[in-house]
Design a protein around this ligand. Structure first.
Ligand SMILES: O=C[C@H](O)[C@@H](O)CC(=O)C(=O)O
Ligand SMILES: [Zn+2]
Length: 278
């Protein structure tokens, strides 16, 4: 069921790791393939990270296969799911018979216990994130237009951006997942500046709105020992709870951030002064 499993990591594993090791442990590539639903599994917060590109035909969330006691049960039996349509075309997602039209950039929160989740729409590209949940919260669609973005950064420091909080307690209730989209202004290239660490949560970043030859240089690691991963359009990176996460692109781009863990307090982060990094 899972194309790849990403294991939790110890910060000491950064010592002596090659760039290839870093990519193997933290980079999730190739989630968006026409006609396929691709799922990967991370031991960090037990995130399922996936993509669904229905193309001409519909796709459905698979049932669990393991262990034997859960085989055939819905994937969301004990999980909640968040998704965003990152494609250029609209699509339709059906959850136990309820239809949602998801325009480009629209998100959907799907509660624990949902049994039948179907994806369709030529041109729609669904980014999927699921984590364990302890109870069901209302099923709902979220659009960028209904949230007031936080405006952060400045043009002069090349980090002017709008942060849209789509799934957080004040916008959409959830058991553990929170999610948002950050859109850089033209000419701004830095995200998450100044950077931070949040020990109580893992975070997953998906970079998009980049041309095929565009790149984001994503920084990670302990603040005193930064490393980088070169990422392309629609690449995902898993940020362990001990790691910094920030990046600079070859041009403006957008990204979707999703977190899960100990709490749903967006501000539970330890912000680093840029001069503390090396
Ligand atoms: O923990 C929060 C996340 O890293 C992001 O919300 C940061 C972000 O979107 C930004 O500053 O551009
Ligand atoms: Zn963060």
């Amino acid at each position: 069921m899972f194309e790849k499993t990403y294991y939790a990591t110890h910060p000491d594993m950064m010592d002596g790791a090659s760039n290839e090791d870093l990519r193997d442990r933290h980079l999730v590539s190739g989630l968006f393939r026409e006609g396929e639903l691709v799922l990967t599994y991370s031991h960090g917060e037990r995130f399922i990270i996936g993509g669904a590109v229905p193309g001409a035909g519909p796709l459905a969330l698979p049932a669990q296969t393991e262990p034997e006691s859960a085989a055939g049960h819905p994937l969301l039996e004990r999980r909640e799911l968040a998704m965003v349509n990152i494609g250029a075309g609209a699509g339709v997602v059906e959850v136990d018979g309820t239809r949602f039209d998801l325009a480009p950039r629209d998100a959907l929160y799907v509660p624990m216990g949902s049994a039948d989740v179907r994806f369709s729409g030529e041109g729609a590209r669904y980014y999927l994130l699921s984590v364990p949940a302890h109870r069901a919260f209302p099923l709902r669609k979220l659009t960028l237009s209904e949230v007031t973005p936080m405006e952060r950064g400045e043009r002069a420091t090349s980090n002017a951006r709008k942060i849209y909080q789509l799934i957080l307690p004040h916008t959409c209730e959830s058991a553990s997942i929170c999610l948002g989209m950050t859109i850089l202004e033209p000419g701004s290239v830095w995200n998450t500046m100044p950077p931070h660490v949040h020990e109580r949560r893992s975070e997953i970043y998906l970079y998009f709105d980049l041309p095929q030859d565009g790149r984001v240089f994503h920084y990670m690691g302990k603040p005193e020992a930064l490393r980088h991963i070169v990422m392309g359009n629609e690449d995902v990176v898993i940020s362990p709870p001990w790691s910094v996460h920030m990046g600079a692109g070859t041009r403006a781009y957008s990204f979707i951030w999703a977190m899960a863990g100990e709490n749903l307090d967006y501000n539970d982060m330890d912000v680093k002064d840029i001069c503390q990094l090396c």
